[in-house]
Design a protein around this ligand. Structure first.
Ligand SMILES: NC(=O)c1ccc[n+]([C@@H]2O[C@H](COP(=O)([O-])OP(=O)(O)OC[C@H]3O[C@@H](n4cnc5c(N)ncnc54)[C@H](OP(=O)(O)O)[C@@H]3O)[C@@H](O)[C@H]2O)c1
Length: 269
């Protein structure tokens, strides 16, 4: 499906057309066809013209998305990186020499402080940078995009262009919030890091659906469903590259231990 019922989000970026002529669709390049890259490229192709690059030339592309090589990707005015957080530095170093002045690079990493720093450090000064975290994926967006959070942080982007991108994502139905990377990571260590950690822990318990499942139990099974379809690499990266997840894991372990101690003491009394 290439055409959304919503007004074309691209019209907010390219505003040169007369009212009687449809404005040209925004050209976007997506780097990385992993689980999120494929999902996001398909989603964006409803609003823009999308070309995609994967290191694997045989990786399947979503309908409506055209394959390009790395040089072809560098020709796009906007490049969206859907790359494993642990692969970001390598990809930025490889892309940097081929980028044209004025190109906009957006990342989509689920942690923000380090990727924002890396982009600023490794991309040439004449390239624009918008750090983003689409806080949804193939599982959480199954019911639609309406109201799902989209975090933006302009690393190198003027206010007018930032406002246009904000509108672009809002027209997709997303709830856009501007947030400093440090604050994002501090909050995401719990909202996302804890959820994914508990999802993996619950999966280890090999919980089964049950006919007498309470609502609470069904919600626990939903956490597994929403977190464990993602790659292990994404899980490791979320836990390793967010500077606040170690504290989250320590607090969780201490909390489990306090509740167990309290129960043991009660049973001994
Ligand atoms: N999953 C989600 O729901 C979700 C939501 C929001 C944001 N994100 C973010 O999206 C990004 C991708 O996540 P994912 O779920 O798609 O992970 P994934 O399924 O593990 O895919 C990782 C992707 O990164 C590429 N990659 C890894 N190392 C690379 C390297 N050294 N050089 C070039 N490419 C490399 C892979 O390319 P190949 O296919 O060529 O190996 C693949 O496209 C991450 O930054 C993640 O934080 C994910």
């Amino acid at each position: 499906m290439r055409q959304s019922k919503r007004p074309s989000a691209s019209s907010t970026i390219s505003q040169t057309a007369s009212p009687t002529v449809s404005p040209p669709r925004q050209n976007l390049g997506v780097y990385g066809m992993g689980r999120f890259g494929r999902f996001y490229a398909e989603l964006l192709s409803r609003y823009a013209s999308v070309k995609a690059f994967s290191r694997n030339p045989d990786s399947p592309l979503p309908a409506g998305v055209r394959r390009v090589d790395e040089a072809g990707l560098c020709d796009q005015p906007v490049i969206i990186l859907c790359v494993a957080i642990s692969g970001m530095r390598e990809v930025l170093q490889r892309l940097a020499p081929g980028l044209k002045p004025g190109t906009l690079i957006m990342d989509t990493c689920s942690v923000k402080s380090l990727p924002a720093q890396w982009m600023d450090e490794l991309l040439p000064p004449e390239v624009k940078i918008l750090a983003t975290h689409p806080m949804f994926g193939p599982d959480s967006a199954r019911g639609g995009l309406e109201g799902l959070p989209m975090i933006l942080h302009p690393v190198r982007l003027g206010a007018p262009e930032l406002a246009q991108w904000r509108l672009f994502f809002e027209q997709m139905g997303l709830s856009v919030q501007l947030m400093e990377p440090e604050l994002h990571d501090r909050q995401a260590a719990f909202t996302q890091g804890l959820t994914h950690y508990l999802g993996r822990v619950l999966a280890e318990l090999e919980l089964e659906p049950s006919r007498i499942a309470s609502l609470g139990y069904r919600k626990l099974l939903e956490i597994i469903e929403q977190t464990c379809n993602d790659s292990w690499q994404l899980f490791y990266d979320l836990q390793q590259y967010n500077p606040y997840t170690r504290e989250m894991r320590d607090r969780l372990a201490a909390s489990l231990s306090r509740v167990k101690t309290r129960l043991d003491q009660h049973q001994r009394a």
